[in-house]
Each structure stands twice: as structure tokens, then as C-alpha cells.
Design a protein. Structure first.
Length: 326
């Protein structure tokens, strides 16, 4: 080997080493990622909206990546415990969280001890919207929300409602409703919507404010009496909005995938492109599966979902201050 060739090879090696070191290994990761299963942290209990919708999308992304995406459940603190775990995880692309306004914005804003903030995440994409609804048990004495409110005014503090977590979006909905309607209710927080609705079915609470309740409503177990959406929803046309009942409360839950801060742009791009391809290739199948779990597709780019969350951040800060949570 001549001296010139040796010099040339050493020079090439130094250039490659510089690229790898400067990019934190991104050059290699972009070529090889993923080489093992990816963990998807679901910050609520199995069977809830965060779980069901994320699985629909993850199951279509995994084959395109060549590695499985495994759900890991970390409920608690309104989704804050799972989000905190991901915020502190190694930013190597093998751990991401199923995010929402509750987990990424409200929880760290109102529970400082969780030790993370919205800026500790990199958004990959938004994939669905799920409505927040209010319901009573089938056969309850209240057939409508106005009937319940009229009764609650006569019995301050008597009735209990459940949500999927303290200071969650659902909790905000009910506290705003209570304030605007002039009623006093007792809040019982649960680790997820399924637990809150189970308590409702068991007669332990009189009302629930949750997500993903359409199945129980169709089965005749529960009756949805209001949704916190700007207009009535397809397939739920019989359920009035809080706004049309005289309470201007519009709060939607948008799900996303988010990596811990520091994750390389190449990895984020690879996951986003796989998700985009999955939506294009299996559009009807994904839409149908999401609708069966009461979710509406909302495929957003990293920039779009980041902008959506930031636009709403001030709104939730205002609500939290109004309710004395800050």
C-alpha cells in the first residue's frame, strides 16, 4: 500500500469519525435504526383511548420498520408518570410516549414534582383526536345533562363524578362545567377511563367524564349526555355539545407520539415517514379501526402537532389558574 493511499484512507476515516462525533452517532443510527424492539409507553391503563388508538397505528408502522413496537403501561398522575419516564429515557429512538395535552402540557404544568416540562419532548406526529364525553349509567334518574344539573343544584356536594386523572382534560371539563352551572360535585380521579366507567357501572359514582365510551353507550350500559366538542360528532349525532347546552366548553384530546429531547432528527424522520406511509397504504383500515374505538384520524406532521400544542398551552394555563391549580 502506497503512502498516498494510506494518507487518503486515514483522511477518510477522520472525516467519517468527525461526522459521527458531530452528529452524536446520527450517521450510523440513520443507516441501522431500528435494530431491536421499540418501547411505546402508554401513560394510562390498558383498554383506554391512549392504548387502543396507539396500537392501531403502531401495528401498521412496525412492519415498515422491521421491528416490533411493544406497549408498556405506566399509568398515574394523569399520565404524568409515564411521560416523566420517557422524558428521562436515553434519547436513542427506542422509547417514546403516547402523548396528549394532558400528559405533555397539563401534568407538568400543574404537578411540578414530576420533573419534566413540555420542552423535554420532540414530537414525531399526531395521529388521532378522541372526544371527551359525559355519561350516566343506563337507567339513572337523569336522561339529560340539564336534568342532572337541576338535581345537583338542589343537592350541593352530594354527587360524585369520575375522570381518568386529577387535573386531566376531563377534570378541567367538569370543573369548568361545575363553575359555569353553579353546582358542587365531588371529583374521584382514576388511572384511566375504563376504571372510571367501571365505577359508574358499579354505582360508586353518579357521572363520568372520559374518553372512548361509545362502545358502552352502544351496548346500552351507559348513556352519553354531552360532549366537549365544538359540534356534534359523526356516529354520535344524538349527543349534544356542552356549547349548545349553554356551557361554552370545548376541549379535545389529541394523541401524538413523542420522543425524549435529544433524539436525532434522522430517527424522528424515519418514524414519521413510516407512519405517513402506513396511513397512505392502509388509510381505510386505519380510519375504520380508529373509528371503532371512538377516535378520528388527525395525521399531523411534527411541526403541525407541535404548533397545535403550543397554541393550546396558554389556554390550559388560563384554565389552570382559573381553577386554582397553578
Amino acid at each position: 500500500m502506497t503512502g498516498k493511499r494510506i494518507t487518503r484512507r486515514i483522511g477518510l476515516a477522520l472525516v467519517l469519525a468527525t461526522i459521527v462525533l458531530a452528529g452524536g452517532g446520527n450517521f450510523s443510527l440513520a443507516l441501522d435504526y431500528p435494530t431491536r424492539p421499540i418501547t411505546m409507553v402508554v401513560p394510562f391503563t390498558p383498554g383506554g383511548g391512549a392504548d387502543l388508538g396507539s396500537k392501531v397505528v403502531a401495528e401498521k408502522i412496525a412492519p415498515l420498520l422491521g421491528q416490533p413496537i411493544v406497549s408498556e403501561y405506566k399509568p398515574g398522575a394523569g399520565g404524568g408518570l409515564g411521560a416523566a419516564l420517557v422524558a428521562k429515557a436515553k434519547p436513542d429512538g427506542y422509547t417514546f410516549v403516547v402523548g396528549s395535552q394532558t400528559t405533555l402540557m397539563i401534568a407538568p404544568m400543574t404537578k411540578k414534582d414530576l420533573g419534566y416540562k413540555f420542552e423535554d419532548f420532540i414530537q414525531v406526529s399526531g395521529y388521532s383526536m378522541i372526544p371527551i364525553s359525559i355519561q350516566v349509567k343506563a337507567g339513572s334518574p337523569w336522561k339529560t345533562l340539564p336534568e342532572f344539573i337541576a338535581d345537583a343544584k338542589k343537592n350541593p356536594g352530594k354527587y360524585r363524578y369520575g375522570t381518568y386523572g386529577a387535573l386531566s382534560q376531563a377534570h378541567f371539563v367538569m370543573e369548568l362545567l361545575s363553575k359555569q352551572a353553579g353546582i358542587k360535585l365531588t371529583h374521584i380521579p382514576f388511572q384511566g377511563s375504563p376504571q372510571a366507567n367501571t365505577a359508574l357501572l358499579g354505582g360508586h359514582i353518579e357521572l363520568s367524564c372520559t374518553t372512548g365510551t361509545g362502545g358502552l353507550a352502544r351496548a346500552g350500559s351507559l348513556k352519553m349526555i354531552a360532549v366537549a366538542e365544538p359540534k356534534r360528532l359523526p356516529g354520535m349525532e344524538e349527543v349534544p355539545t356542552l356549547k349548545e347546552l349553554g356551557y361554552p366548553i370545548t376541549i379535545s384530546c389529541n394523541y401524538s407520539f413523542a420522543f425524549p429531547k435529544g433524539t436525532s432528527k434522522e430517527i424522528v424522520k424515519k418514524i414519521f415517514e413510516a407512519e405517513k406511509k402506513a396511513f397512505e397504504k392502509h388509510e381505510k383500515e386505519i380510519i375504520g379501526a380508529l373509528e371503532r374505538v371512538e377516535q378520528f384520524p388527525s395525521f399531523d406532521s411534527p411541526e403541525d402537532i407541535q404548533r397545535r400544542y403550543l397554541d393550546e398551552l396558554k389556554i390550559y394555563q388560563t384554565i389552570a389558574k382559573e381553577l386554582g391549580a397553578l
